[in-house]
Write a protein that binds this ligand. Structure first.
Ligand SMILES: [Zn+2]
Length: 251
């Protein structure tokens, strides 16, 4: 009961605000300034996030890196299913990725290798959903970009409906609710379309080793990192064997 109340509380709060906005339109006149300030701050944060995530442009054009990215997600999913304290991962090459676990996990390389092998086998057997993860960096970027669009569209919509502050507030809340309902699906759709691929004929785990630093990232003291190197043969339409190279990284 308590968990259920906690879950629906944000929705109730939004709905109550919507009713208040329509019942007391004068209050909304003052709310447009914090709204504008938050919008400008968020625009700046999104700009910074996009600058820091140039890897998206690399990975979109590289089918091999998209496959490695999918294997990273799937390996993390298998580790979590097995009860391992997996935290996150990143793909920093066309044939390799890193999975990060809590430091208390220790140094069991064999278990990571086993998870990567299982991940490959399960995707090849048709369990493609394993390669798509809501916590991925792609989803975070898409979430922020779509929320920015919501913030931009709401005042325009309000203007079209008459421009009153109460209307601005009410349309903003409605579009925000719509965004909340869609953001996970939007992120997964972006992964499917742009940054993750499961189109490979075969994949073999070549090597797994513990690492402290990869690309420009340095391991925090409370994590343990394992680099997984894979040999992937892409599906015929994507062409050829995968050679190492094209550095980049992502979560
Ligand atoms: Zn990811």
């Amino acid at each position: 009961m308590v968990a259920w109340l906690k879950r629906i509380f944000p929705s109730l709060l939004l709905d109550a605000s919507l009713v208040l906005a329509l019942a007391f339109p004068r209050v909304c006149t003052y709310l447009k300034w914090p709204f504008l300030g938050s919008y400008l701050l968020f625009t700046w944060l999104l700009y910074k996030e996009l600058l820091q995530n140039g890897w998206i442009l690399t990975i979109v054009r590289d089918p091999a890196m998209r496959v490695a990215h999918g294997l990273e997600h799937a390996t993390l999913a298998v580790l979590l299913e097995d009860g391992m304290p997996a935290l996150h991962g990143f793909t920093h090459g066309r044939d390799r990725f890193v999975v990060a676990l809590e430091a208390r996990y220790g140094h069991d390389v064999a278990a990571i290798q086993d998870a990567a092998v299982q991940a490959i086998r399960r995707i090849r057997e048709g369990e493609r959903a394993l390669a798509y993860q809501p916590g991925c960096g792609t989803s975070q970027i898409v979430s922020m970009a779509s929320l920015w669009l919501v913030g931009t569209a709401s005042p325009l919509l309000a203007l079209a409906l008459g421009g009153a502050s109460s209307i601005l507030f009410a349309t903003g809340l409605l579009v925000f609710r719509l965004w909340l309902a869609c953001k996970t699906s939007l992120g997964l759709l972006a992964q499917r379309r742009f940054t993750v691929s499961t189109d490979f004929t075969s994949a073999t785990v070549v090597n797994v080793r513990e690492t402290r630093m990869r690309a420009t990232l340095v391991r925090p003291h409370n994590e343990v990192w394992f680099e997984v190197v894979v040999d992937v043969v892409l599906a015929a339409s994507k062409g050829g064997l995968v050679a190492p190279g094209a550095p980049g990284f992502q979560g």
